[in-house]
Write a protein that binds this ligand. Structure first.
Ligand code: SF4
Length: 411
């Protein structure tokens, strides 16, 4: 079940990217989708298809490929029929590349109004899209805004100028009766893109494609993109999203998918790994165990919340809502399912045990996993280690009490 965010989605009209076996709707009541873009040469058909499949596996619903030259368009003609997801052709400067991409059979075009500027060219592409039933994304970009708009808005990129650029393109499209459109108004500045999308959302009911452009490499790029995209999604704005990271695009697709899952906008297919931040009570290197668990689960389709906790004193209680978890204590790992202790394993086998039990629960359900466990022994052993740790460390494992005593003696 998909749990929605508190703010209702703003109503938008719907467009459909008509992949023959995997059509993807954007806007209206369609779920928010994830996009990414290949970084291969589009003329490299096998390399591009391999990347499209990897992006799809990591969570991308739609993939964009550049169409910047004739060889790219010819590559698209071979890529599109073999792609598992709808393909968007990214076109800049030359409207003939848009027409060539349509000939290649793409499911959507992305046009930048800042660099395809001649009205006759824009209308020719819109007319052709209308005839073929192919939607277009009007992709306004703060960094490549139409020059005259830039000057008219005080020599600055403003939310108003970006929205006006999109509206101008829409007006050209309307002249040939075409409005099968989604829109983006991306900027590398998070506050600017947030304001631009808010304004656009007030003035238009076209579906919106969200993104912070040129966000840069992770982790700062991830933070910027998340700040912009998540803020808007929480306000009910946005129908499809893209992380623009300077990284392997698989990271973009994974980040987009994980954001939607975290916000309750997408059904979870993969492990949600939670872990305590560690503290003076930790009985194990929590960072290392969590990292190894993250690697072991990867993008595997195990839709469970899995917890890695540093100590058996607080871990099982604090992660009692997790589907499965493990807490360290006395050189052992205490496995718990929905807060109930189910097994004790040597510390070195914590990750393996976690994976094994997660697989069992995913395949056979929680009850079957519990039936296999001797919960009485597991609970007794966990309590034994908990008591032992409490006796060793007391209630103040982080030694805050000692520090307070020192402070009080000093002042
Ligand atoms: S008390 Fe235990 S579970 Fe909580 S942060 Fe410290 S080590 Fe982790």
């Amino acid at each position: 079940m998909i749990v929605t965010t508190s703010q209702a989605r703003r109503p938008t009209r719907q467009i459909v990217l008509r992949h023959p076996t995997n059509p993807v709707a954007v806007g209206g009541d369609a779920p928010v989708t994830v996009q990414s873009m290949t970084i291969t040469k589009t003329a490299d058909v096998d390399g591009t298809l391999a990347q499209i499949y990897a992006l799809h596996a990591a969570g991308a619903d739609i993939v964009r490929c550049t169409c910047n030259e004739r060889e790219a368009a010819e590559g698209l003609a071979e890529i599109v029929p073999r792609s598992p997801v709808p393909i968007v052709a990214d076109v800049h400067n030359d409207h003939r590349m848009a027409l060539a991409a349509l000939d290649a059979g793409v499911h959507c075009l992305r046009l930048n109004p800042g660099n395809i500027r001649r009205p006759a060219h824009i209308k020719a592409v819109a007319q052709e899209c209308g005839d073929r039933g192919i939607p277009v994304r009007i992709g306004v970009n703060g960094g490549s805004l139409d020059k005259d708009l830039y000057e008219r808005h005080g020599g600055r990129v403003t939310p108003e100028a970006m929205v006006e650029s999109a509206e101008r393109e829409l007006a050209y499209f309307a002249e040939v009766g075409f409005d099968d459109v989604k829109i983006s108004v991306k900027a590398s500045s998070v506050p600017l893109m947030i304001d631009a999308y808010r304004l656009l959302s007030e003035r238009s009911d076209h579906p919106l494609h969200l993104g912070v452009t040129e966000a840069g490499p992770p982790p700062a790029g991830l933070i910027k993109a998340t700040a912009g995209i998540a803020t808007l999604l929480a306000e009910g704005i946005g129908d499809t999203i893209r992380y623009s990271l300077t990284a392997d695009p698989v990271e973009e697709a994974r980040a987009g998918r994980q954001l939607l899952e975290a916000m309750g906008l997408r059904e979870r297919k993969n492990v949600d790994l939670i872990a305590c931040p560690s503290c003076g009570r930790a009985e194990v290197d929590v960072i290392d165990v969590a990292r190894r668990a993250n690697e072991a689960f990867g993008d595997r389709e195990i839709p469970l919340q899995v917890a890695v906790m540093g100590c058996v004193v607080n871990g099982p209680g604090e992660a009692r809502d997790a589907d499965i978890g493990i807490a360290a204590g006395n050189k052992r790992g205490h496995l718990f399912v929905k807060g109930r202790n189910v097994a004790v394993v040597p510390e070195a086998e914590m990750v393996e045990a976690l994976v094994e039990w997660a697989e069992l629960i995913a395949e056979q359900g929680t009850d079957a996993a519990m039936a296999r466990a001797d919960t009485t022994i597991a609970a007794r052993e966990a309590e034994r280690d908990r008591v032992r740790l409490l006796a060793q460390q007391g209630d103040d494992a982080n030694a805050a009490g000692q520090r307070v005593d020192l402070i009080r003696k000093r002042v």
